[in-house]
Design a binder for this molecule. Structure first.
Ligand SMILES: [Mg+2]
Ligand SMILES: [Zn+2]
Length: 249
């Protein structure tokens, strides 16, 4: 049987955190011009990269002010146990975000969570305390034309991996189709239903862990492997997806 090893690719804002940290920082700390930029971006008059770069430069109070706002941000109740479970199962857990690296690192440290890899934009604090954004150059073939393309990261993972994508919103639209197993909530779920993209709806990462656990079990059973023998946790054909409810639009 053709088996592949699971690897997790998880969005950050709205998926790991409750709400979007970039939006929250702009609402709380940025000069009011950020809203006009947001409108231009929504009308398609500026790119998401240009929009975000200009918006971040409007944040007042520097990193100390950002930290204060971040203290008010909650994370998904299932985060810590999910990441611990992935470690125990030897499954890589990666974060792919269109947000800010320092914000992500700060919240992960607070939650005592470590991840295998993090792809995101880079927040820079100048000596005078002002903040700016650096969007990493595309390291890989351009898959999608707009915004930060998360498909690139999936591409780099290689075809021997069974890619599990977890997301909630607009920044996940591009890689949704390229996931082997997709967990979706909120606007991403609506998008998948409209576009007929197969996905597993979820509310919390607790459900994601339980669904993956079931898939691994179902798969070991179907291959005649006992739980003790299945130390590498390979999973077979994704069409079965264990006992999870797969919605196909
Ligand atoms: Mg999100
Ligand atoms: Zn893409």
């Amino acid at each position: 049987m053709n088996t592949k090893k699971l690897e997790i690719f998880c969005d950050f804002d709205g998926t790991i955190t409750v709400g979007d940290t970039v939006d929250l920082l702009l609402e709380k700390l940025a000069l009011p011009e950020w809203e006009a930029l947001e409108e231009l971006w929504q009308k398609g008059e500026i790119s998401s990269g240009e929009c975000m770069t200009k918006q971040i430069a409007l944040i007042q109070g520097g990193w100390p002010a950002v930290e204060k706002v971040l203290d008010t941000v909650a994370v998904d109740r299932g985060l810590a146990s999910f990441v611990v479970w992935c470690r125990q199962q030897n499954i890589a857990f990666n974060i792919v975000s269109d947000g800010l690296d320092q914000v992500i690192k700060k919240l992960l440290t607070r939650e005592k969570v470590s991840v295998d890899a993090l792809w995101s934009n880079h927040l820079i604090e100048a000596e005078d305390g002002s903040l700016s954004l650096e969007i990493p150059a595309r390291e890989h073939r351009v898959v999608c034309e707009t915004g930060r393309c998360k498909c690139q990261v999936l591409d780099m993972a290689g075809s021997d991996k069974l890619k599990v994508v977890i997301g909630d919103g607009r920044s996940d639209y591009c890689w949704a189709r390229n996931a082997d197993i997709l967990f979706a909530k909120d606007s991403l779920l609506n998008h998948c239903l409209k576009q007929g993209i197969p996905c597993i709806p979820y509310e919390s990462l607790v459900e994601v862990r339980v669904a993956l656990q079931d898939m691994l079990l179902t798969d070991s059973e179907s291959m005649g492997i006992t739980e003790e023998q299945d130390t590498e946790h390979y999973i077979g054909t994704p069409t079965t997806w264990g006992g999870a409810q797969v919605i196909t639009g």
